[in-house]
Design a binder for this molecule. Structure first.
Ligand code: DX5
Ligand code: ZN
Length: 216
């Protein structure tokens, strides 16, 4: 059965001086969830926002919060992000060399009844995520190097999406980085069903049309 396509605008490209209005707008335009990029300046060379900001924006919208943790020590922050209102938390496979650490993070999120994802950076082999497929809700396939918005889509990541979809028909496969109306069809064709887009949506004159163009 084909999975419904969901659109997740990435807050990274929003106007941080007007976060509440930006979120309400994409919600009204039919976004399925809000993708929130958390960076610690260590796992990636950029710093964004933490749990206090998420707690504040939680008050303005009921849209599901999809929190992408680009941090070296996710376990230290999971409870904070869940308390702040995260609905989905994605951790990076590469945050530790020890898979036990990932299992601990997954367990922590699931114990609180929330959805959990594992993300792969572009140079991490697809097979790395296979061990988690039965216990997680989502795989996030990065199609740019994490850290910044507005980069070009790496089309050589498409076979990775296809391999995961072949292994598991039901899991959510999210694709993040360089998604626009040209690259979205390729990602969907390979089996992705949740499309993250930052600069394409928030940079568009007509954001409603941009969201719709990704879904079509
Ligand atoms: C990058 C982030 C992305 C980013 C995507 O590390 O994970 O979510 O916002 O931005 P675009 O859609 O502009 O490539
Ligand atoms: Zn992201």
């Amino acid at each position: 059965m084909k999975k419904r396509i969901k659109i997740a605008p990435s807050l990274l490209s929003a106007d941080y001086a007007r976060l509440g209005e930006e979120i309400k707008e994409i919600e009204a335009f039919g976004a399925d969830m809000l993708h929130i990029d958390v960076m610690d300046g260590h796992f990636v060379s950029n710093i964004t926002i933490g749990a206090p900001v998420i707690k504040s924006i939680r008050k303005v919208s009921p849209i599901p919060f999809d929190v992408h943790l680009m941090v070296s020590d996710p376990c230290a922050f999971i409870d904070d992000f869940l308390d702040a209102g995260a609905d989905i938390i994605t951790v990076h496979f590469e945050c530790s060399d020890n898979p036990a650490f990932l299992y601990e993070a997954i367990k922590k999120i699931k114990a609180r009844g929330k959805r959990v994802g594992v993300s792969l950076k572009p140079h991490t082999p697809t097979e790395a995520v296979f061990q988690f497929l039965d216990i997680i809700d989502m795989v996030l396939v990065m199609t740019v190097e994490p850290g910044f918005g507005g980069q070009g889509f790496m089309s050589d990541m498409l076979p990775k999406i296809a391999k995961i979809r072949e292994k598991n028909q039901n899991i959510d496969i999210q694709v993040d980085g360089g998604i626009n109306n040209k690259t979205a069809p390729l990602a969907k064709l390979s089996g992705a069903n949740i499309l993250v887009a930052g600069s394409y949506i928030f940079g568009a004159k007509d954001r409603r049309a941009a969201i719709n163009s990704l879904r079509e």
